[in-house]
Design a protein. Structure first.
Length: 263
């Protein structure tokens, strides 16, 4: 049972100059806890949540906080509030799996990595199409940005070769993400960019550090980025799209392999 007092809810200043307690911060506790119970299956599809007073007692929060938490769960497709029937747990196909909270928790319970497989399939298709479009839209400045990214990522790869630290690994990966972002932005597909960002933010599988396979994987990434850049510079959209698709597939296969060796 949670024991936080509702009197600790932070104050919010409204445009009319009045103040009120803001339930949002504590409501996130309700979303996290009930979201985990739903996504993990501890609360099965069709189950009815405890009444509002019971939830207030369980969490130690006010009705305002609990009501806001349940509203946020409903917005994410995890529950449905019906007058006279209470709040019922919804099936997985109703969940918003691109919502940051839902995707983060769902991936924690993705033992067979099937959700990651689905996310990476979506990412591959989107980036394939965006690379094809970017090939004819990239400006000279954007091409220069990609060249600069390649040079910096290759320099960070050399640093990682000398010191296989988490810091150097993350530095290389930041250039990896930046390379893809330049291409996606150049495509003009804002929706695709937002979806891929959500997938990339929560769908990564961190490999172990300081092994020969790590260095080989990063070297492959750098080499594949250079090949993609050359296709884009030649304005060959078909080749660029195919290279991006293959690049994502091979990276995912490597991550799957590394994940299986650490479990």
């Amino acid at each position: 049972m949670h024991t936080r007092s509702s009197s600790a809810e932070p104050l919010r200043l409204h445009l009319d100059g009045t103040w009120s307690r803001r339930p949002g911060r504590f409501a996130s506790v309700v979303v996290e806890e009930l979201g985990r119970q739903i996504i993990s299956g501890r609360l099965a599809t069709g189950a009815v949540l405890p009444t509002e007073p019971a939830l207030c007692e369980e969490f130690g929060f006010s009705r305002t906080v609990v009501r806001e938490g349940v509203k946020l769960l409903e917005e994410r497709g995890l529950v449905r509030v019906e007058q006279g029937r209470g709040t019922t747990v919804q099936s997985r196909d109703s969940w918003n799996l691109l919502d940051p909270v839902v995707i983060r928790i769902a991936l924690e319970y993705d033992a067979d990595m099937s959700l990651l497989d689905s996310l990476l399939s979506v990412r591959r298709v989107l980036e394939w199409e965006m690379a094809r479009t970017a090939a004819v839209r990239l400006t000279e400045d954007e091409l220069a940005s990609l060249r600069d990214n390649l040079e910096q990522s290759e320099a960070s790869l050399a640093d990682y070769g000398r010191d296989a630290s988490l810091e150097n690994y993350e530095r290389f990966r930041s250039f990896d993400t930046g390379f893809h972002t330049v291409i996606m932005r150049a495509s003009g597909n804002e929706v695709g960019l937002s979806i891929v960002r959500a997938i990339h933010r929560h769908g990564g599988v961190r490999p172990p550090l300081a092994t020969a396979s790590d260095r080989a994987s990063l070297e492959r990434t750098a080499a594949e980025h250079r090949a993609i850049y050359e296709a884009l510079a030649a304005r060959d959209g078909e080749l660029a799209g195919n290279l991006v698709s293959t690049h994502i597939e091979s990276a995912w296969a490597e991550r799957r392999r590394l994940n299986s060796t650490t479990n």
